[in-house]
Write a protein that binds this ligand. Structure first.
Ligand SMILES: [Fe+2]
Ligand SMILES: [Fe+2]
Length: 207
């Protein structure tokens, strides 16, 4: 077992139930704030799954596990990723938080035994989205943004309204908000750039 995985699991008794263990492990690492957030995302993702014909079990799992890497401190995120054979790209070296989706997917696989690629990919791209995103990618992407604290998420009313039209309208609405403030981001991840280009070309983003 890698050193970083042993450190993540140290002192925690796994029950074998992913929902119990995901929440328990976050609390074990004093991340009750993230535990509350992932529960909110899991609920939101399940309700979007119902609405947009996505597997509810998948929505629950991605909601619960998408931020599991936040059991690792920001200063350890790159080192842990390297140990798990994730090669950071330039933007992730510069802004280590940008790798937390990839790291969550890796922990979901190694610690929680998740092997379904559709789940791992949705977790991986939950921050940035990607081009040719799956329905599950989009459900998690939007469920996450709708579960941010409202003071950091002035887009939520517009995104909820756009959901009344379609999931893609909601994704386009959030991408537009992010893109319009990209100068304030520490780095623009290439996956976000690709998602934006695709959504703009399809007419879902307004500039
Ligand atoms: Fe996240
Ligand atoms: Fe999140």
């Amino acid at each position: 077992m890698q050193k970083s995985i042993a450190k993540i699991c140290k002192g925690f008794s796994f029950s074998g139930d992913i929902a119990t263990d995901a929440i328990g492990l976050l609390i074990h690492h004093n991340r009750r704030d993230i535990a509350n957030h992932v529960l909110a995302v899991a609920n939101q993702a399940q309700s979007l799954a119902d609405r947009f014909y996505v597997d509810k079990g998948h929505a629950l799992l991605v909601g619960l596990l998408h931020d599991i890497s936040l059991v690792v401190t920001l200063s350890e995120m790159i080192e842990t990723s390297l140990e798990l054979e994730i090669e950071p790209i330039l933007e992730e070296w510069r802004v280590p938080y940008l790798i937390h989706g990839k790291l969550s997917a890796s922990i979901a696989k190694v610690v929680f035994g998740v092997t379904d690629d559709i789940i791992l990919q949705a977790i991986c791209y939950h921050t940035t989205l990607r081009a040719n995103a799956t329905l599950l990618d989009k459900v998690l992407f939007i469920a996450d943004k709708l579960s941010w604290e409202p003071e950091h998420a002035p887009f939520q009313r517009d995104v909820r309204e756009a959901l009344g039209k379609s999931l893609d309208e909601a994704v386009g609405c959030f991408l537009t908000w992010t893109w319009n403030r990209r100068d304030r981001l520490e780095a623009v991840h290439p996956c976000l750039n690709e998602a934006w280009c695709e959504y703009r070309s399809k007419g879902f983003c307004k500039t």
